[in-house]
Design a protein around this ligand. Structure first.
Ligand code: ZN
Ligand code: MN
Length: 502
């Protein structure tokens, strides 16, 4: 039997606001180890007679996310009460958005394919239950933390794609600065809806509902809850697809149910069978005004959108000639992205004065810089237990190091040793070369600095040889820059004449 796999994701992300969604309590979501029930008040613990007020920062963050995804932002929307009974929900209802979400539509790219987004809405998080020594405890710190929920269309086809969707979404949230979206900390939580349908037996309507083709019946949709790592997202979905296909092949019945992922046993397990759709008795939240957003407000936020991961990826590939794998690796890490760009601007500053072919230099330097950062520095950092955020080496020193390689002052074997020492000690590459006993071949003296400047400025060198002797001062200046001002200008001038002729 030939099957089609349909996967939709629901992703909740805690927003990085200072205060909670409907009260003035501190938002504890990015503070580890906040003692239980210390960031609470009568509002977020649902005391009778209290009134919620809207946290506009959370609205702003949700609109920014919608804009980044290309969603339509609602000029008029509202909050609704979603009722259900559970001890982590002190009011007996969650304030959410039902039929008028803030953001509708939009898409997210996965492997070159646009996956449609159904909606992104704003709601509040619940408290947390803990079970200890036969007792159940409730911590309301998380109660009413701003929570943004994205619902994707069921256009994803396998676990790998679903994982990439979640990873790309996290990259967007981080680049917008609206959520840290760390799955291990519960700041981002993924649920998946999966069904396996006989090929040709289904259709998707304009509102992304799956319906049976004439004379066919649909196989049930299974929900997997509480996926809290990217690995779990991929693993659970892959397992579930295989399980459902096997059951269908063997004629075993599948039921509509909620399943959980067993991270140790690497399988999904039934949690509860859904008899019928839960009735949440939604109705408009009477204690909050409708959300009215002006065009001005929305356009003001659109103007503030930073460069998004997808755009950055395209730029790194186009401008610096990086291949897709390398560019993706860099873009996925904000600190590495920043360092790469700083290093590039340092490298380009050295040739800027004379550069009439900036794209050639960008592509050449881009390849060397990305290669050394991704393939060498990353490994050394891991070995030294460090990361890009606390490198201890300035981007200027990294650029200087790369310049020594580009100019051929240092070969890559020496380069690797120097880089390791740089990351270990935070010292600059010239110092390490001179003090490090790398042999006279690698020793940086004034002559090699001058060689380096000549090698990186072939056009000026030619002009000089053709008679434009005033350029001597230019070479001295560039060499002095490399020597950080620690050289005798007359000696440099003498070396320039020695190498280029009088
Ligand atoms: Zn509160
Ligand atoms: Mn929700």
């Amino acid at each position: 039997m030939e099957y089609d796999v349909l996967i939709g994701l629901e992703i909740h992300a805690e927003l990085k606001t200072n205060s909670k969604m409907f009260c003035g309590c501190k938002n504890p979501s990015s503070v580890l180890g906040t003692p239980a029930n210390t960031t609470i008040c009568p509002i977020c613990t649902g005391h009778p007679g209290t009134l919620p007020t809207i946290n506009w920062k959370a609205v702003e963050y949700t609109v920014l996310t919608g804009l980044a995804l290309g969603s339509t932002i609602a000029r008029h929307s509202k909050f609704d009460r979603k009722h259900y009974f559970y001890p982590d929900l002190p009011k007996g209802y969650q304030i959410s958005q039902y039929d008028m979400p803030l953001c509708t539509g939009g898409h997210l790219e996965v492997g070159g394919k646009d996956i449609d987004i159904i909606r992104v809405h704003l709601e509040e998080d619940t408290g947390k239950l803990a079970h200890e020594g036969g007792a159940s405890l409730v911590d309301y710190n998380r109660s009413s933390v701003p929570l943004m929920e994205l619902v994707s269309s069921p256009m994803l086809r396998d676990g790998r794609q679903a994982r990439e969707f979640a990873e790309n979404y996290r990259a967007i949230l981080r680049s917008l600065g609206v959520s840290d979206a760390d799955m291990e900390k519960g700041q981002m939580r993924v649920e998946a809806n999966i069904s396996v349908q006989e090929h040709g037996a289904w259709m998707m309507t304009a509102d992304y509902t799956i319906e049976a083709s004439a004379g066919k019946t649909l196989n049930p949709k299974i929900e997997i809850k509480n996926l809290n790592s990217f690995r779990s997202v991929e693993g659970a979905i892959s397992f579930e697809i295989a399980r459902q296909k096997r059951a269908l092949d063997q004629g075993e019945p599948l039921v509509q149910e909620t399943r959980g992922w067993d991270e140790v046993g690497l399988k999904t397990k039934s949690q509860r069978v859904k008899e019928e759709a839960m009735d949440y008795r939604y109705f408009p939240e009477p204690d909050l005004p409708p959300l009215e957003l002006s065009d001005e407000y929305i356009e003001g936020l659109r103007a503030r959108l930073p460069e998004l991961p997808r755009e950055k990826l395209a730029r790194f590939m186009g401008e610096y000639g990086l291949n897709e794998v390398t560019a993706k690796t860099i873009v996925a890490q904000a600190d590495l992205s920043r360092i790469f760009e700083e290093v590039m601007s340092e490298l380009l500053a050295w040739v800027e004065a004379s550069d009439d072919e900036p794209h050639v230099h960008k592509a050449k330097f881009g390849k060397v810089a990305s290669n050394w950062l991704v393939n060498n520095a990353a490994g050394i950092l891991m070995k030294q237990g460090k990361d890009w955020a606390n490198l201890g080496v300035t981007s200027e020193d990294l650029a200087e190091f790369l310049m020594l390689l580009i100019a051929g002052t240092m070969n890559s074997t020496v380069g690797k040793a120097v880089l390791e020492k740089m990351l270990e000690t935070g010292k600059d590459p010239h110092y390490i070369l001179e003090e490090g006993g790398f042999g006279s071949r690698a020793k940086v003296d004034l002559a090699t600095l001058v060689d380096q400047v000549i090698a990186t400025h072939p056009k000026e060198a030619e002009q000089y040889k053709a008679g434009k002797k005033t350029l001597a001062q230019f070479f001295v200046g560039q060499a002095m820059k490399l020597a950080k001002g620690q050289a005798d200008p007359q000696e440099l001038a003498r070396l320039v004449v020695e190498k280029l002729g009088d």
